[in-house]
Design a protein around this ligand. Sequence first.
Ligand SMILES: Cc1ncc(COP(=O)(O)O)c(C=O)c1O
Length: 473
Amino acid sequence: MGRTVANGLLRKGPPGAERKDRLMKDGNFLRENNARHMWHPMAHPADSLANPPKIITGGKGVRIVDVDGHETIDAVGGLWNVNLGYSCDPVKQAIAAQLEQLPYYSTFRGTSNDAVIELSYDLRAFFAPDGLSRAVFTSGGSDGVEIALRLARQYHKVRGEAGRTKYLSLKKGYHGTHTGGASVNGNPNFRTQYEPLLPGCFHIPAPYTYRNPFDETDPERLAQLCLAALEDEIAFQGVGTIAAFIMEPVLGAGGVIPPHASFMPGVREICDRNGILLIADEVITAYGRTGSWTGSRHWAVRPDFAVTAKAITNGYFPFGAVMIADHVAELFETDATGKANVASGYTYSGHPVGAAAAIACLKETQRLNVAENAAARGAEMMAGLEALRARHAVVGDVRGGEGLMNALELVADRDTKKPLEAARIRRIFDATHAGGVMVRVSGPNLILSPPLILTADDVQAILTALDAGLAAA
Ligand SMILES: Cc1ncc(COP(=O)(O)O)c(C=O)c1O
């Protein structure tokens, strides 16, 4: 007998009725129970109770609908992951078919499954231009960051340089919330309440032109200053102590900070010169978001690891892949000491349903050439946001210009750059939402990461709603 929820009551229903009833639960039940029995990530539990989250009940194309029937363009793209929108049939079908055929089998030593083998073959082809040829599968981005950090240390141990254990990263960077990832994370919000974090993690300034310790607004000069800071930190720590540098090709959750084109190649060169591995955290940049197929390729850099997740399944299944460079793979695969045993992984690493979703998603991502659309729509979005900055004094900074990832940094005063008060940001959000567009508020930033299948009309609709939103500040 299925247990179904209706009108706030748990009751028994006939077999098969559960799903139908679940879809038909009434709005009052949802509103009454919203945030009462769960804590929301990245939110204060008291705030979730005082300002209940929007209840999303449906999605179609690039649009979502909430429990009140209010439809909006999802300019958040789920959470940087629903690149193909909410109606991607090939991925839905692949998931359904795989559930029918084999809903789970492990990839721990001794077993595999057909879907994950096929996916590893496809990913090798997709990432060949990045020089990445092996995959370790995960359930998401934070899992992947953890794997890459661990494998980087292990690489040096296998090579006989066991003293290389430290990690370097960028302030403002976001690398998920596992303890290793939070330790290389560059935002105190994700760190302070969980300290002490992993020892041996050090941060350098981000190439963030709007605010930086050098008071430098020129992106190229700032990139050089940040690179000099990296060299300085390496010399200070001792080159033989550092395992890896981890960075997002374009910083995302930290407020969409695209570095100057010279920055990531400069990091690569410094890492090469000092025997330090480069981990590209491509959890949001892989699969087309920057207008290139990967963020590393966007800057013509070949990383040693690329952490990918999110859009690998279009958000329809929790899944990720850490891609590994040929030379790292060769070291591990030719090790005869046993040190290269990969003692990292998860029950759901290589989950066949996720793998089936990813196979279909990768095909559809390429068939629709979403990278090209991201570049074209991203240019329109950037131009439109610049025009909004000219019209609205609360817009202190507009960032983007690399595909479909943008941020508006909101200020109360352009001269002092004092962040806009939360209540005024809330008014902007509410008016934008009323105007038919969901955006993401992150501190003083409005972040846009819409599906990559966005049309030119959708871009204009987002800009129109934002214009109305900003006017309500
Ligand atoms: C760059 C980056 N790394 C890691 C993560 C963590 O991924 P997940 O939330 O899937 O664990 C995110 C999530 O937004 C991310 O943007």
